[in-house]
Each structure stands twice: as structure tokens, then as C-alpha cells.
Write a protein that binds this ligand. Sequence first.
Ligand code: AMP
Length: 620
Amino acid sequence: MKYLSLAETYQQLESTSKRLDKTTIVAQFLQKTKVEDLEITTLLLQGIVFPIWDSKRIGIADRLVLKAINISTGISLDDLEKLWKKTGDLGLVAEQTIATKKQATLFSSPLQVKKVFSNLQKLATIEGTGTVDSKLKIIAELLTSASHIEAKYITRTLLEDLRIGVGDGVIRDSFAYTYLPKLQELELGESNKEYLSLSKGKTLIVENKEELTKKRLDNYGFISINDPDKNKQRIIAREIYNYFLEQIDDAYSKCNDWSKVAAALAEKGLAGLQTISLTPGNPIKPMLFQKAKDIKDAFAMISKPAAFEYKYDGFRLQIHIYRGDIQLFTRGFENVTAQFPDVVKTVKEHITADYIILDGEAVGYDKKTNKYLPFQHVSQRIKRKFDIEKLAKEFPVELNLFDIMYYNGKSTIEFPFHERRALLNKIIEPKARAIVLSQIIVTDNEEEATKFYHKALDAGEEGIMGKNLDGIYKPGSRVGFGVKIKPVMESLDLVITGAEWGEGKRTSWLTSFTLACIDENGDFLEIGKVGTGFKELEGEGVTFQQMTELLKQLIISEKGKVARVKPKIVIEVNFEEIQVSPSYSSGFALRFPRVVRLREDRRVDEISDLRQIKEMFGTQ
Ligand code: AMP
């Protein structure tokens, strides 16, 4: 496939903000994509060249791209820089400058998607001396053979900032559009016609969803609902469509790789999704928990009897063993195996398994008092690249395990919670301040659960978790099988999208930060600014200095004191109240926001979403 075909699709996607339009555009594109190009184009549509769980990154700095544009166009760095300042987007700089010299290379052969993909992947793997030159060569090779639109999107992909608004939701829906039979009675508003035009072939007639789930669908292009009542037809069609989406989501949550899901669907349709299963070494999204108001509410949500566990204030750690090789991942898929040699050693000594996936919380403790420490103390270990052994000694962690998702060749996520816990008990040989199972009780008694809650708080824990004894492990899901109970008002995890330079003695620091939440399309919506809670001195908490260093590298454009930054840094924020506000794109603002901490363990697509904020607004 020509890269131009993809670039034109990007352009179409960029020109609309409507989700249904985007879905149709992606579906139409996938339909003309050959199987051999499918996996790479699926990744490129998301602006990535490795699945999101893979910690390899293109990792190219703005300056290097600027230099590559300079090499491929012959335009001086000064002039390019001016244009960059003006447009605030290196993609546009590439587009405009490449366009002007295009005639000269009119006869070069068209860029192929495969070529772009492999060059971009190469960038992530080059190491050692001469790295910068080799990288420049690889980028310049692409840019010199690119047309102006191609150059724009190659540049943005290089910088991991594609800006076409294609999130997981659009990808998932477009897969249903492309690879599954179309529901004739589904109401999709304006995009009905396009949706139905994506299929050919026979129609399967069913009465309801139950009947459909028993059928093989491979030979059908359409599904129609056999019911005289038009309204009912529509409801059942929607139910079946939602079932398709759930199946796709489920498969995705087991691999976190849309390219795998696309390949499975293209090969065998809905049945193909069954071939996707958990694989140790490939991290999954951890199961999440809803908040319960109190113990009574918790029982209502997870039924009686239920398990209650301490809620530890550490960071979520997923432990994988694949053919004896141990890998550790944060909840944001960061591979932290190198950062935690102490944990690797503990796992090696205390767990015997060739293949396993475990879920737990790594909790820091004070070596002298042996007491647990708040998350901040160990958080610095997560991204650390040097002095790792020293830090491991200074800030040791205890592994508190609470779940198992895979054991020796078999996924255990379908097992009920009580069976998974029993299996954990059997496998783990506990040792205090190294590896233990979370403190747990099983009860149907509110008083007993309340006592346990207070015991947890007295011990300095954040609260307790309640778990449905029969609940399965649903990766990435917040709905259903567990709840958290904690005393403080819930905080939000938000991403920083802008910052402002300070005044007076603070002129060299960024001191005010624009915050955004995420919506269901994966777009960031602003919800306020925070400048409180940061410290001026090292060692007290998150400092302005630290924020400035982190954000300086991410600045996209600046106007006066105000900078727009790439959305990469996630912070946890407390506040007094959520208010309706026309000033921010989310429609909400935070009253008295205050930073709590940096969330190094959280990916940007995992931050608080608009739905959650609306819910919190409704209940406050
Ligand atoms: P929150 O971050 O407030 O949404 O709470 C959920 C987090 O609590 C999980 O993601 C875990 O990192 C952490 N946690 C601590 N103890 C437990 C436990 N016993 N079971 C499950 N999660 C726990």
C-alpha cells in the first residue's frame, strides 16, 4: 500500500471531529487494506509503531526532526525555526517546506507504508555511537521521498503527536463496521448508509441476541431481526451490535494490541477473536475498582458474603514469568524489570512457575521502623535509570499479591475470585517484607467488615477493597467485581496540556499548569489550572523545578508566558468541588485544585474520564 493512501486518510480524519464520521473513514480505509498491510496500518492509524504495551518508543526529539527537515529541504535551520514558532507544529513545517521543493524529486518512487513503518521502527532500536547520524539518515530518507502531506504525517508520527483524534473507541467500532455482519435495523443516524454499504452477501435472520450467539456468522454480510415491532427490532439490533463491541473489547483487553485483533477479525470474523488469549510477557490492563460509599454500599455492589482486603498505598505491579524469565510492569505497561532487581530476586526465590501472570501492589517500607511508607517514597524508583541498586537498598518494597491471571499454560481470568485466591495461596511461599498475600477476610457481616476497615486505617492503609467472591478478572474494566472504600474525597488523575512561566523570583519556573481529562474518543478536554501544592524546595514533594524540567522538553509552542505542552505528564489533583464552567472544553472546572503527586505509573489514556467527572459532579 502506498503511504499516500494512509496520509489521505489521516487528512480526512483530521477534517472532522464527529466520531461516526471518523469510524466510517477508518472502516472504509480498512476495507481496502490488504491482509499483509493490515497489522502495520492498524498501528499507524493510532500513530504508533509498537503496540501500546511494548515499552519501545520512537523517542525522537523535536530538534532532530528540525535538522532532518533542514537536510531534506536545504532550508536553513533559522528559517525553519521561525516557521515552527509561527505554526507551533513541526508537521506543518514539514508540509509547507517539503511542498516548496517537491518538483525536483517528482520522479522519485512513491513511499510505501511498509517502508515508513520499518524506518520508524528502526529509530526505536538504534543504540550506541553514531546514533544521531543514523537516525537523521533514516528520517531524511523518508522526508526526501515524501510528498507534502506525507511529510506532515511522517513528522507527526515521529513526534508521537498525530492529532487525528482516533482513539480506542473509533478503532473498535470501525472493526465492527468492517469485519462483522451489518445489523440492518441498527440506527446509526447519518452514517447508516455508509455502514450498510460496507457489506455484501447473505442475510441471517434471528429473533434475538441469544439465538445469534449460537450461530456461525462467517458466511453472512447482514443480520436482520425477525420481529413485527419496529421499535423492538431496533432495540435487539442495538443489543447485538453492543455484544459485538464487547467481544472486540474483550479480545483487545487480553493483548492490548489492535493489530492482533484486526488480523484475527479479518481472518475469521467474530470466531477469530477466540484465538486471542493472554500471554505471559504481554502485559494487560489491570482490573479497576469502583468506589463504594461505605460497607453497606459495598455489600450491595459485590453481594454477600464478600472478601475484604487492605488497600495498600504503593503502586500496582504486574508480574509475568515466561519460560522462567521474569518481567515486571506498572499499570501503565512500563517495563520496570530493570528498576526492581530486588523484586525480581524475591519472585525467583519464592515462586515456582514457568508461566504466570500475577497482580499486586509494591509497597515501600522504612528499613529502620519496618513500617509502610506512602507511595511518594518509592515512586522515584519507577523511572530511575541509574543507581538502581543503591535506590533498591534505600527504598525497599514489599510485594503484596492479590490476584492471579495466568498459571502454567492456562488463563485463570475466568475462574471465580475465591478460586484464584486459593491458587495464589498454594503457589506463593510468603515472607514478610519481601512477598506476601494481601490481608484478607471473608464475611457477610457489616460489623465485622467495618472493624476490618478501621483496622486497615489504623495500620496506615488507604482503606479496604471489597471483592465479589464469584467475580472473574476483567482486564481494564472498572465495572463489576470489586470496590474500594476509602475515607477521602476522590482525587482526579489529569494530564498537563499547558503551562505558564512564573513571575518575580519564579521566572525560571513553570508555575501554573493547565489540566485536562479524557473523553470517550481519547480526546483531552481542559478542566482547569493548578499552581498550588507544589513545593519550592527539593525533598518536600513535587517541586516547580521538577515540573519545569519535565515539561520544558515537551513544549510544542509558546506565546508570551504561556506554553502548550505535549500531553504526557499525569498528576493527581485534589479539589473542593467540581463546578460547571463554560471556560474549559470539558464544561467543568475544579474549585481549589491542589496537586497531590506525580503519577509516573499512569499512562495518559488512563486518566480520569469525563464520564467519571460527570458522575462525581452529580453525587457531590
Ligand atoms: P485507586 O487508585 O484509588 O482507584 O485504587 C485502586 C488501586 O488500589 C489499585 O489499582 C491498586 O493499585 C491499589 N490496591 C491496593 N491494595 C489493593 C488490593 N488489596 N486489591 C486491589 N487493589 C489494591
